[in-house]
Design a protein around this ligand. Sequence first.
Ligand code: KE4
Length: 427
Amino acid sequence: MTDTLSRALFERAIRLIPGGVNSPVRAFRAVGGDPVFIQRAEGAKLYGADGTAYLDYIGSWGPMILGHAHPDVIRAVQDAATRGLSYGAPTELEVKFAEKIQSLYPSMEMMRCVSSGTEATMSAIRVARGFTKRDLVVKFEGCYHGHADHLLVKAGSGLATFGTPDSGGVPEGIAKTTLTLPFNDEAALRDLFAKVGTQIAAVIVEPVVGNMGCVPPDPGFLEALIALCRDHGAVSIFDEVMTGCRLAAGGAQERFGLRPDMTTLGKIVGGGMPLAAYGGRADIMSVIAPLGSVYQAGTLSGNPIAVSAGLATLQHLGPALYMRLEALGARLEEGLARAVKDSGATACVQRVGSMITLFFCEGPVRSWSDADKADRKRFAAFHGELLRRGIYWPPAQFEAAFLSGAHTEEDVDRTVMAAAEALKSAS
Ligand code: KE4
């Protein structure tokens, strides 16, 4: 279902932009129908091309934890813009940003700004390879770390065999340097380290997975991952692009009391502007140019407008916000679980903080092989029913939905009611 203005815009867009979108998930291919073109957003609402208001559970795929167009963030951007948009030279803003990030992420003894989560993870892995002088990288099925070649890799035929490309354009030679294991499979990780531990440069993980839907770590899994890396001289990388400042101001590592060797951040830290970062132990980060031999650079890295938006966002990440997000998240989770039960649908709800997913399969979902059982068609029907009721849920089963500080209890109750109707009519 789309408004006629969105439809007209989509017809123009598909002539010039592949799929009519600048990022694939926005094309609604997983749920059918045409994407809604958005003209503006405020608080917890998106407004379509025809002015229709939608309750937003995407939040720009994570960044908008305060809600859209927060006055302090808008003011910071407007104010910064009057001093010019980009200098290509160091600024006090970047120092303040680095100090703020380190206060939230003590494991990030040194850090560098980049402009996207992909750049952050790509750079972190290059640094880990340069520091360890090893080639192999381990990731987990169902985790997404951006679109760098060596991260668009799926598991080979046997468990933990060399990776095979998960995208066109990725050479076999690059894919084979990435090994893929099932998330939450500590035994498989232990076994892999026993076999090739001396060749592993890094293990990268979403500490709470958002990219197969919301999948929490089993108790002890992350602790074992960090310990195995330490014992074998590999670098543990928490990809907190999504969980950073989402699950706590200090991300999953604060929530779980963990200290990875490196961390990548994005999304919320830029407040909706193109800003991301990677960092970690000072000895590891000392290999980066101009200090060391590992090269990484960026014209707009640490851009003053983006950093101003980020700093204005970070200043609002206090305990009251996370208490509110936890309460709203629990209310939504309970309501959706009740709606699933009442409808008799085969589905489960999984949540950590303000990240939540309704899977159309039996729970619990602990890994990609569990998530892959989800009924995509049922999800697509559910999504369409919600959209018709003015609820903009992520247009893909394998994505997390997000609450913001701008959502209200009434918004959540309205969403639960719409979901109950959608579950009944989509069954
Ligand atoms: P970006 O390059 O899109 O800024 O970040 C890549 C990335 C890295 N790590 C994690 C854990 C991520 O979730 C992402 C990007 N997330 C997707 C949503 N699942 C962004 C939305 C999109 O691709 O359009």
